[in-house]
Design a protein around this ligand. Structure first.
Ligand code: SF4
Length: 163
């Protein structure tokens, strides 16, 4: 099986703060040609580094349906970039016949199951990020880097956060 993976987990310095969130398992999958790294926020046109963003008024599903928005910590509305990035990510996955993804936990784009709650205080709420929500809606199987450590403990040296 081939996976779509959050580029920051594959060691790309594309996080909002310009740093990677490297996961050894994901790095190994990419090296072996079994995973394709993508950064939805970069695909949506956002720069690196950039102000941190969170979803306010709902979750990724609500953003896709126009009921919630994504704002950055400076108060700018970046909803359009997040939706563009999610759609571009889905297109890449579809072109490569990919149906599963390993995504960065809690991110407003990539978070699966739990995301930051919009208060910029490090609190989380139930729900998916915008890209994860679109992939779930499109039938993808989603894991986070926290899942892969548990699922494949012998596969890599484990995931490690750089910060
Ligand atoms: S969590 Fe997703 S959107 Fe954020 S830097 Fe990583 S790949 Fe890009």
């Amino acid at each position: 099986m081939k996976y779509l993976v959050s580029a920051c987990l594959a060691g790309h310095s594309c996080s909002y703060d310009g740093l990677p969130r490297t996961c050894a398992v994901v790095e190994k999958l990419v090296r072996e040609g079994r995973a394709v790294p993508v950064c939805p926020e970069c695909l949506g046109g956002l720069p690196v580094p950039r102000p941190a963003s969170e979803i306010q008024g709902g979750t990724g599903v609500d953003v896709l349906e126009g009921r919630a928005r994504v704002v950055n910590c400076k108060g700018d509305d970046v909803t359009g970039a997040f939706i563009r990035g999610a759609r571009a990510t889905l297109e890449i996955a579809r072109k490569q016949g990919i149906q599963a993804a390993i995504l960065k936990a809690r991110s407003p784009s990539c978070g699966y199951g739990r995301i930051y709650d919009g208060s910029f205080k490090g609190k989380v709420k139930a729900g998916h990020g915008v890209t994860a929500a679109l992939l779930v809606e499109s039938g993808f199987q989603i894991f986070t880097e926290e899942d892969v450590e548990k699922e494949w403990p012998a596969y890599g040296a484990g995931c490690r956060e750089k910060i």
